[in-house]
Structure formats: C-alpha cells, structure tokens
Design a protein around this ligand. Structure first.
Ligand code: ATP
Length: 199
C-alpha cells in the first residue's frame, strides 16, 4: 500500500495543511465542532473543491476520475447513506467474519435498511466500506453512535483489519481516550493549522 500525502491542502478556514500517513498508520484528527475536520476528510476524498495536492504514493488526486479516487480513498461519514432496500445489497462481497466481529448474525444481510438503528448503521457502514477493499480509509467519528462496549469492539476490529491490510487511515475522533488507544499520531486543529499533540 502507498502513503497518503497532503501537500499544502486548503479548504474553508484550514490553510496549507501538510500531512503524510504511512501504510498501516492510524492518524487521529481532533478539534472543536466546526473546526473543519469533516471538510478536510472531504477534500482528501475529492468530495469538495480545495487547494493544494493530495496524493496516494505517486498518484495525484487530480489525475484520477473522482469516482475512482473515492473508491480507493474511501470516506465513511458520520451519517451514512443507504440507497437499496436491504443491507446485503450494499455489501460488495460477503463479509461473514466482519459481521460476526461487530455483533451481527449473517441474516443481517436480509434486513431492511429502514429498521437499522443509528449504531447498526454506523457499524454496517464500516463493513460496507471495507467490503470494497479501499486503499485508504477516512473515518469520520466512526463510533459516535455507539456505547462503550461496542466502541471497544469496533476499535479492536478496525485496528486488526487496518494492520492486516496495511492501509493508511485518517480517523476523526473527539475522545482523548479513544485517540490514545488507536492512534500512532494525533493532530488537533488550531485555527487554520494542524498541531501535533504528544500523548
Ligand atoms: N460546503 C460548505 N461551504 C461552506 N462552509 C461549509 C461547507 N460545509 C461545511 N461548512 C462549514 O465549515 C465549517 C467546518 O465544518 P466541518 O463539518 O468540517 O466541521 P467539523 O470540525 O467536522 O465539526 P463537528 O465536530 O461539529 O462535526 C463549519 O462552520 C461548517 O458550517
């Protein structure tokens, strides 16, 4: 897997952000509400116009059609969208181990998306993203709707698949405890910049 590189990225109030995330590395982003965490992920996913350059190894975002970039550099938003009737129709391949690890029986594939709770949606959105085997994961508060026990379950699972599959990951989180548990490095948004915090 290649390194994710942000060079002089500017979006909204964030200016000239430089950041490199190595394969298998989890970098957490935190900052006050409205600081621009989600927008920065959206810039990296090529979902919003922005200044500067984002690269995956030698491959620059601007040289790849948007839909292909997003399939490779995949953002999992805090509020996921569901467009087919059933859960199974959203998975690109069967994911029995992942479903089991996050507390679902395989019959969840038959469930109507209309019955999903917000926490179920959040866990299934992570499984859906990983079923596409992206090269990079951009996680926007992936445990925001989960209780403490399920949060730990999701963290452990994410860490194991990220390490097994060698992906760079940018993970937006608010909880300092979570950041300490999952991240190798942690940056906080301070005004227009990212400030690296030592835990
Ligand atoms: N398309 C847009 N055009 C202009 N401003 C926007 C746009 N999208 C979001 N904003 C504003 O940019 C700021 C940053 O939004 P963002 O969603 O990135 O915040 P955040 O740090 O993720 O906050 P939270 O922790 O509350 O989710 C907010 O003030 C928001 O209203």
């Amino acid at each position: 897997m290649a390194k994710l590189i942000l060079h002089q990225v500017s979006i909204g109030t964030l200016q000239n952000i430089n950041l490199e995330v190595a394969p298998e590395e989890i970098v957490c982003l935190s900052g006050p509400s409205g600081a621009g965490k989600s927008r920065l992920l959206r810039a990296v996913a090529d979902l919003e116009p922005h200044g500067g350059t984002v690269k995956l190894g030698n491959l620059a975002q601007g040289l790849v059609p948007g839909h292909r970039w997003r399939r490779s550099v995949m953002m999992v938003p805090a509020e996921s969208a569901w467009w087919f009737d059933t859960v199974g129709e959203h998975l690109y391949k069967p994911m029995p181990k992942a479903l089991h690890a996050l507390g679902f029986d395989e019959d969840v594939s038959e469930w109507s998306v209309s019955r999903l709770s917000s926490g179920e949606k959040q866990r299934l959105a992570l499984i859906r993203a990983l079923s596409r085997e992206p090269d990079v994961l951009l996680l926007d508060e992936p445990t925001a709707n989960l209780d403490e026990k399920t949060t730990r379950q999701v963290e452990d699972w994410l860490i194991s698949v990220i390490h097994a599959q060698n992906r760079p990951v940018l993970w937006v989180a608010h909880s300092r405890e979570q950041i300490r548990r999952v991240a190798k490095r942690h940056f906080c948004i301070e005004g227009s910049k990212l400030l690296e915090l030592q835990e």
